[in-house]
Design a protein around this ligand. Structure first.
Ligand code: C5P
Length: 397
């Protein structure tokens, strides 16, 4: 076992998933990380401190007033020693307490006292998780720079199915590892990312659009910045929070997206076309609202520019990455698209599969490289997929 000289404080709160924290603690300890477990009183009803003490090799702390001569002032000492705090599982209660600055037990006090990054791993019943107050608290914490790992969907301990399951320990461990040793492989690189849908106006009140939410483009932007990259995000309309620190260029139509992308193109090293660009727009825009009549209405459509395709004509030494939503013949169609648009990588997904494509948190894709390397990936979160796409891009530097 090699020592990393890193200290991770693992906070365990009182949810049924607390038993999984034993495996997390064991993984961290085996990776050479010094682990200090803090349990809330409720957590001790789900799993015994003795288990976590044995796996972490350190006394488990539960009480803010416990005698412990390792530190002069216990909560401050722990807070200063920590390189990272991870709370897994994080109940709705601890999330609310942190969001509002309460400090009525050891864990919440250490959270207030530390300057170390904090990773929250919410796990709870799906109705609790989707409750607006919990979501608002999480949004507040994200805004303040806390890291939040999205729960998985699936069968919950309470018998219902939905979002709220604690992610696999492996996923938590990888995130902890990334936060402890941030990667900087995109330092010095500028990425132009197109994201979201476009809206193609028919008249002042109507437009044509698609089901894209922008989730994939945003995941790529977040991760590229976390790895040291500079991001220019040209985004169609989206309701999702946009990454702080990125240069944000808001657009509506494909033509606007094309114009703005061209403007920034000379300044970038990498282009990722994650936008679901409308291929067609109404041939004419009606200045007046189109009146209804008893007849059918025919709207004539004309082609929009192929943004990536056009940029690919003057590629030089940039890396170009595209997406392809297909309903069959993934690889043949993908390879043809890659050639046509002069891409280095193509991320193709079969949008007919459950858990792939627009409006869902997950995707199932095959990544095709210019050299003909084909990587078929299982269903995974768009965050995990963004990480893999960036790994593939980094291989091309
Ligand atoms: O040709 P297709 O629409 O399947 O290609 C998808 C890829 O091309 C995506 O990366 C998308 O962002 C990009 N695209 C574009 N401009 C268009 C259509 C697609 O940049 N008009």
């Amino acid at each position: 076992m090699s020592s990393t000289n890193k200290t991770v404080v693992v906070g365990v709160t009182g949810g049924i998933a607390a038993y999984k924290s034993a495996e997390l603690v064991s993984r961290l300890y085996k990776a050479g990380i010094s682990v200090q477990v803090i349990m809330t009183e409720n957590a001790t009803r789900f799993i015994t401190p003795l288990t976590l003490r044995t796996l972490s090799g350190n006394p488990v702390l539960t009480d803010a007033f416990q005698e412990d001569n390792r530190w002069r002032v216990q909560h401050i000492g722990i807070a200063e020693e920590a390189d990272l705090l991870v709370i897994a599982p994080a109940t709705a209660n601890i999330i609310a307490k942190i969001a509002h600055g309460l400090a009525d037990d050891l864990l919440s006090t250490v959270v207030l006292a530390t300057r170390a990054p904090l990773l929250l791993v919410p796990a709870m019943n799906t109705n609790m998780f989707t409750n607006p107050v919990v979501q608002e608290n999480l949004a507040t914490l994200r805004k303040r720079g806390f890291h939040v790992l999205e729960p998985d969907e699936g069968e919950l301990a309470c018998g219902v199915s939905g979002k709220g399951r604690m992610p696999e320990v492996d996923v938590i461990f990888r995130r902890v590892w990334e936060l402890l040793a941030p990667r900087t492989d995109f330092a010095g690189k500028t990425l132009l990312i197109t994201s979201g849908p476009t809206q193609e106006d028919i008249d002042p009140v109507r437009y044509i659009t698609n089901r894209s939410t922008g989730r994939m483009g945003l995941a790529l932007a977040h991760q590229a910045m976390a790895r040291g990259g500079k991001v220019i995000l040209v985004t169609g309309p989206t309701n999702l929070p946009l990454p702080e620190g990125a240069s944000i260029v808001r657009v509506r139509s494909a033509r606007e997206m094309f114009e703005r992308a061209k403007e920034y193109y000379p300044h970038c090293d990498i282009v990722i076309g994650a936008a679901a660009v409308a291929d067609y727009r109404p041939r004419t825009y009606s200045e007046q609202k189109v009146k209804k009549s008893d007849d059918d209405l025919v709207i004539e459509l004309t082609r929009n520019p192929d943004i990536l395709g056009e940029l690919g004509r003057d590629k030089r030494n940039r890396i170009l990455v595209g997406f392809a939503a297909e309903t069959g013949d993934l690889i043949a169609n993908g390879e043809a698209k890659m050639k046509k648009k002069n891409l280095d990588l193509l991320v193709a997904n079969d949008v007919t599969l459950d858990g792939a494509g627009f409006g869902v948190d997950t995707n199932i894709v095959t990544i095709i490289s210019r050299k003909g390397e084909i990587t078929s990936l299982p269903k995974m979160s768009k965050d995990d997929l963004a990480r893999i796409i960036l790994d593939k891009i980094a291989e091309l530097f």
